[in-house]
Design a protein around this ligand. Structure first.
Ligand code: SF4
Ligand code: SF4
Length: 92
């Protein structure tokens, strides 16, 4: 099953936690800083499975996780404006 993440790079603090937990090494740190001066995480979705680990650990709750199951694209975790995460659900 293919996955995909979308990172709100302008709100990223560049802490790197998402990178440490990604089992597929699908996230890197950008060489270009955002408007707040942080070097944000950047998605490389080529190997992403949509496991959600990066979104769960992100202290800023700014990662959206999607899974592509044949014809269906399912949002697993949505980013939020505040610091709380919104776990939509997970299917086996
Ligand atoms: S959803 Fe899982 S595989 Fe995809 S980038 Fe996040 S931690 Fe890595
Ligand atoms: S865990 Fe969140 S804040 Fe930290 S680098 Fe990753 S996306 Fe940015």
């Amino acid at each position: 099953m293919a996955g995909k993440i979308i990172i709100d790079t302008e709100r990223c603090k560049g802490c790197g936690l998402c990178i440490t937990v990604c089992p597929k090494k699908s996230i890197v740190i950008s060489e270009i800083s955002n408007r707040n001066g942080y070097f944000p995480a950047q998605a490389d979705n080529s190997n992403c499975t949509g496991c959600g680990a990066c979104a769960i650990i992100c202290p800023e709750a700014i990662i959206e996780v999607l899974r592509d199951d044949s014809d269906n694209v399912e949002i697993i975790i949505e980013p939020r404006e505040d610091s709380e995460q919104n776990l939509i659900g997970e299917k086996a």
